[in-house]
Each structure stands twice: as structure tokens, then as C-alpha cells.
Design a binder for this molecule. Sequence first.
Ligand code: SF4
Length: 60
Amino acid sequence: MNEILNYTDIEYFSLSRLLIRESESINRWKNGDTRLSICISCNSCYNTDDHKCIFNIVYY
Ligand code: SF4
């Protein structure tokens, strides 16, 4: 990914909803916790202004 970012005109990568819901998933898997993501694939994050998981948004 670094090579693509550094040597092409691409500006960013869009990763999966899994990482929107649980940004620490990769580290969790690397540490042996291979439980499935808690993302429920509801696609509601596509309807938020900044594509955040609706379950991670903190309302004050
Ligand atoms: S809003 Fe739904 S689809 Fe999007 S990351 Fe959260 S649980 Fe997953």
C-alpha cells in the first residue's frame, strides 16, 4: 500500500467497514483473537457525513 501511495497518483485507500467499526481489528488478529468483526453490515456508515460507524458515534 505504501508503494502504491508513494508511486502512483492515488490519494487514498478505502478499506472495509470492518475497520470503520473496529479500527484495532488487525492488531487483534495479529495477537490471536480471530473473532469475527462486530460490524453488522448495515451500511449506515455510508449515510453519515464522515462515514463513521453509527455505533461508534458519541453524542453529547
Ligand atoms: S454503520 Fe453498520 S456497516 Fe457501517 S461500520 Fe457500523 S456496523 Fe458496520
